[in-house]
Design a protein around this ligand. Sequence first.
Ligand code: AMP
Ligand code: MG
Length: 344
Amino acid sequence: MVILAVESTAHTLSIALLDETGRVLVEERDQLTTSEGGLIPIKIQEHHLSVLPHLLKRVREKAGRAWHDISRIALSTAPGIGHALRVGLITTVHLANRLHIPLIPVHHGLAHLTSGLLLTESRNAVLVYTSGANTQLYTYYDDWLSLVGETLDMSLGNMLDSIARLLGLGFPGGPQLERLAREGKTLLELPYTVKGMDIAYGGFYTAVKRLIEAGRPAADIALSVQEYAFAMLLEAAERAMALYDADTLILIGGVALNERFARMAGMLTASRNARLLIPPRHVLGDNAIMIGLEALRRETCEGFTPLPPARIPAEVQPYARIPTRMHYARCLTLNREHLTPGKV
Ligand code: AMP
Ligand code: MG
């Protein structure tokens, strides 16, 4: 069995092929970036439609004979930006009909969690999921996934992108701030809001805006934003680890690409004698590999029956949330090499 997976919820269009063991055969992606300003839905749609034929062609060429073994299509149908989600839906409906194969719809956020959970045998972990649109803490305990904390307003990634925008930088802003922060010298004072296992970044963003308006050096601002914002989230994560006596901390989502964030998380786990797991870099930001993995888990571990072309829903679900508490069956464990295209 070969799964063709498509990620098209926001800034990135990605297509991957995986086999029935979760081994990645091919992955191609193209991310919309801007030199200033953020993401405009219609621009995302234009981007995805323009790169789609090239990505498909490259995947097909690299797939060789595996292309003819495709027997499942996986798509993240929720949540995301409607304009982007519909590009994925139209593409996969077309392919499902043409190749006469069924579709497995998956939740994009759950796919991020799966990209971490399949890489560990821990049965008691805390997951920090922080991306452009989400900042949430989950516990995975005894085959149950529970939302135990989250941002009360902006997500961390969105806040970093918004600050970068104020500084005249483009999208994605997180990597640009990370670069600037390396030149920062002075830690400027900022608000610090942790409420139980929840955090809030709205007031923080306003305070940063004031620092920018006051003309403070951009590098010092970037440094301070990272120190405070990451410390807040990791304090909430530590509270969750202490409360649930977790042995593993898993970072997933695009913000986990940040080296300072990873280092701070490493200090936290070292102090608790716990393990830190960060999936390979190409699986952290949005990608089709995790979509294929979640589809495989859904079918293999949860017994989901793939939808034949006639039963594929006609609409996407931009606002669907992961249930606050859900049973999560895990019957596969992978190693990192499985996730490198064409490696094993
Ligand atoms: P995702 O939605 O999971 O693809 O994550 C995208 C988010 O990750 C955006 O908000 C980016 O700014 C953020 N991001 C990507 N790379 C970094 C980085 N090196 N440091 C901080 N944030 C980052
Ligand atoms: Mg994402």
